[in-house]
Design a binder for this molecule. Structure first.
Ligand SMILES: [Zn+2]
Length: 570
């Protein structure tokens, strides 16, 4: 999902001391397939107006004998007479005294049976129900409509998927579509806006191919009937939502008019299409097991929204926009004692879940994934991601499963061989399970060439302190060979302190003083800054340093000779 930061900031305030774990179904019942038929009624001028009739047939088994079927049910109206449970032709009787109960707080329906369901038997649960067509952008909602009679549509069975990813839409939108063999791709919108869909079509097709190639799993290969439609909605709750095969967007985020829109809007379209398309793998093919680890969906979408965009359309974005777009925001959200870790075990209620869809889950997780990519290198990273997706497809993802897969990528490519005793699970866990991030102090002894690194958790308010230790990939460069391109770390720092030496390291005060004057004349540093740095000169005894200083001061004096500013400088 793609949400606005403003919304996120507000949601992040939702927190509670007590986290209620009762929202989860926690049932031995395993659904296998849902067959759903929905008949909507629009403005019928009777009690049917803006309601729908529904029929569901759920095929399921149970892992334990039980006489209770527990379901999530919100807004749906049904009675025990609307329920049928069958084992082949045999009907399973409901409890006589208490066949059906609802818990509106946790949005549960409880179906109580007279007898126990048996392990290894396939059952069918049929329910007929009614529900509202809402007007508030939730559930099955209406945006605007035109009455045009009734038409029946039948869809292919979907792959095995999480229920939150199901979407359907009743509309007369028009689309531009592209079919390559059996691969169907389309952009749909209000007919009037059809001429604004060209960029989304062009970029969207390239990005689904590029991601498929990168992850080693072609999008269309995961199910025989998969298509990929992006749809622009005039009214939508989030920025976009990654429903499998039918990705929904606020139309301002999908449509693009080259003559009227700025390049920034083009980048926004590319970024959000890349984000949602990444979810087809990270989120849909493998879904985080619970919202405490939402980062397994959103962190990857956040990372690839820029990484793959830079790859597909380098004119629109560079991979470094992740630094400006995510890393800085992550620091800001992560520098107080109440900042939550990326894996947050205190996420249970709907309010807590919404709250965890925030900067930590998106931007910080994306930034940590970027750091891991740089540490492991591209070959090992790709190998690991492919292994994670292949091993866990159509099931749930857990951090441990991801780390295990990344480790396979690491072993396969020997990509951590240069960092002794470095384990990718340990490195990742230190960033994922602990809140915060470190500040690194660097002390250099120029007599011995020794460098001492000390880490501590960073707080904006320096009166806080705590004892976290992070596994920090360290990259440095030296003046002798300044290299800001290769960011493969030189070492991984695992303890509070780390000592190493850089032979020949020395501070060159002559150069510092000389450069400072150059920067002053170029307006790169302020006069106050120059003054502050030059304070060390009161104890300086080296001729060459004094030479650089006097040379600079002379130039300054000549520049301002005859002006009123000279008095200040003197
Ligand atoms: Zn997302």
């Amino acid at each position: 999902m793609y949400m606005y930061l403003l919304t996120l900031a507000m949601l992040c305030q939702a927190s509670s001391v007590f986290s209620d774990t009762n929202y989860r179904l926690n049932t031995p019942i395993k659904p296998k397939a849902y067959s759903i038929a929905i008949t909507p009624y629009f403005n019928t001028n009777d009690t049917n107006a803006f309601t729908f009739d529904g029929e569901v047939d759920i095929t399921f088994t149970t892992e334990k004998e039980t006489n209770l079927i527990k379901l999530h049910s919100q807004d749906l109206i049904f009675k025990d007479a609307n329920i049928k449970i069958l084992n082949g032709a045999n009907s399973i009787p409901l409890s006589v005294s208490n066949p059906l109960e609802f818990d509106t707080n946790y949005t549960f329906a409880f179906i109580n049976l007279q007898v126990d369901l048996q392990i290894g038997v396939e059952y069918s649960l049929k329910i007929t129900y009614r529900g509202p067509i809402r007007a508030d952008l939730n559930g099955f909602y209406r945006n605007y409509y035109i009455e045009k009679g009734v038409k029946k549509e039948i869809f292919y069975p979907t792959p095995i998927m999480s229920t939150y990813l199901v979407a359907f839409m009743v509309s007369e939108f028009e689309g531009i579509e592209h079919t390559n063999g059996t691969k169907e791709f389309g952009i749909f919108t209000r007919p009037e806006a059809l001429n604004q869909t060209e960029y989304a079509l062009d970029f969207g097709m390239k990005v689904v191919d590029a991601l498929g190639a990168y992850f080693g799993i072609d999008y269309y290969s995961t199910d025989a009937h998969l298509k990929l439609d992006h749809i622009a909605l005039p009214d939508f709750n989030a920025g976009a939502m990654e429903n499998w095969g039918l990705i929904k967007y606020r139309e301002s985020l999908l449509l693009y008019v080259p003559e009227d829109s700025t390049p920034y809007y083009k980048y926004r379209v590319a970024q959000i299409v890349a984000h949602e398309t990444t979810h087809m793998w990270f989120g849909n093919l493998v879904t985080c097991h619970w919202w405490s680890n939402t980062w397994l969906n959103e962190g990857f979408a956040n990372y690839f929204q820029d990484y793959i965009t830079a790859f597909v359309d380098p004119d629109v974005a560079s991979a470094n926009v992740l630094v400006t777009g995510s890393v800085y925001a992550a620091y800001d959200a992560d520098n107080t004692p109440t900042s939550s870790p990326i894996t947050n075990e205190n996420v249970n209620s709907p309010a807590e879940i919404s709250g965890h869809f925030g900067t930590i889950t998106y931007q910080k997780a994306g930034s940590v994934i970027r750091m891991m990519h740089h540490l492991i290198g591209d070959a090992g990273f790709r190998h690991g991601l492919n292994n994670y997706l292949q091993t866990n497809k159509f099931t749930s993802g857990y951090p441990d499963k991801l780390f295990k897969a990344l480790d396979i990528g690491v072993q396969n490519t020997s990509s951590l061989a240069m960092y002794p005793n470095t384990d990718i699970t340990e490195v990742m866990s230190s960033w994922i399970s602990q809140a915060g991030h470190p500040i690194l102090h660097v002390d250099i002894n120029y007599e011995t060439d020794n460098v001492l690194l000390t880490q501590k958790r960073f707080y904006t308010n320096s009166s806080y302190s705590s004892n976290e230790t992070y596994n920090i990939p360290i990259t440095y460069t030296t003046g002798v060979d300044p290299d800001f391109i290769i960011t493969k770390p030189v070492m991984v720092m695992k303890n509070k302190t780390h000592e190493f030496s850089i032979p020949g390291i020395h501070e060159d005060r002559r150069w510092i003083v000389n450069d400072l004057f150059a920067f002053l004349f170029a307006d790169e540093v302020s006069f106050t800054r120059l003054q502050r740095v030059l304070e060390f000169m009161s104890t300086e005894t080296d001729y060459s340093v004094w030479y650089a200083a006097i040379r600079g001061l002379n130039k300054l004096w000549h520049t301002y000779l005859g002006s009123e500013a000279l008095a200040d400088i003197e």
